[in-house]
Design a protein around this ligand. Structure first.
Ligand SMILES: [Zn+2]
Ligand SMILES: [Zn+2]
Length: 266
């Protein structure tokens, strides 16, 4: 059983009134709220079929050193799996590059010793919806066979019901505010994470870290921005290590928006 990731939106108490010093740190976020279902390629989804261009070969991971949790290395390349598809109309706050309206996230579910935190290897694709001639048979997409995937990182197909919320730092809380927050928590009987932090799959806001923050920088040295978090979730039937998450970052200053990822767990 995973910890409850889903505080009510909107929260029952106004955190900005209880700890006014937190107000300037508030960021908008879109909680994705996955629910097990049968999304179509024309819908935003988590673990669902992608609106995949017919002329683009399905991506495979050809790393020779990736392995499942038990150390098994498959003999050949392994199909990547769909993790997230987001249409701009469902996530208005997501910074799409000029002319694109669809974000697709895939990853190889195996563990990669050369990736940060030795976890999945993600790939991001920004696409122009009107330019996609969809591949005719989404059910013919290659899926990893036995021994070619790590179940902890293989999501069940889920529809999304995005909800706008205000996010506040949890692991990223500045040290000087920690005492103020602790005092307010004791006085009013709440935890900051129940009230003001969105610790679930989301776009924007703060990364849903379960461990101390580990913000990446791009090759040019810019601190990258949090793009989205995908967290372990019973609904998605994906534990991600031990109730962990994968966090995607982009550099909005460099051309082509280079990305990086981090993974952590309990
Ligand atoms: Zn791989
Ligand atoms: Zn940069």
């Amino acid at each position: 059983m995973l910890p409850p990731h889903r505080p009510p939106v909107p929260p029952p108490l106004d955190i900005a009134r209880l700890v006014p010093e937190l107000a300037p740190l508030a960021r908008r976020t879109t909680a994705l709220r996955p629910k097990r279902g049968a999304p179509t390629p024309q819908e935003s989804s988590l673990g669902g079929p992608l609106l995949w261009p017919r002329e683009t070969p399905w991506p495979f991971c050809d790393r020779r050193d990736h392995h499942d949790g038990a150390g098994t290395v498959p003999p050949g390349p392994v199909p990547m799996v769909p993790v997230l598809q987001l249409f701009a109309r469902d996530v208005p706050d997501l910074p799409f590059p000029e002319g694109t309206h669809v974000l697709q996230l895939l990853w190889c579910t195996l563990l990669h010793p050369d990736e940060p935190s030795e976890a999945v290897r993600p790939a991001l694709h920004w696409r122009t919806e009107s330019a996609i001639v969809p591949s005719g048979r989404p059910d013919e997409v290659p899926r990893p066979a036995d021994g070619e995937y790590e179940a902890d990182f293989l999501p069940n197909p889920c529809t999304l019901s995005p909800v706008e919320a205000l996010d506040h730092p949890h692991r990223d809380l500045p040290e000087e505010l920690r005492t103020l927050v602790l005092r307010a928590e004791e006085e009013h009987g709440f935890f900051l994470t129940e009230l003001a932090c969105v610790l679930e799959s989301k776009v924007g806001g703060y990364p849903a870290w379960t461990q101390p923050p580990d913000w990446p920088s791009c090759a040019a040295g810019h601190r990258m921005a949090h793009l989205l978090s995908v967290t372990g979730d019973d609904e998605v039937d994906m534990d991600m290590g031990d109730a962990g998450g994968v966090y995607l970052f982009v550099c909005t200053e460099c051309p082509g928006m280079p990305h990086a990822s981090r993974h952590d767990c309990h």
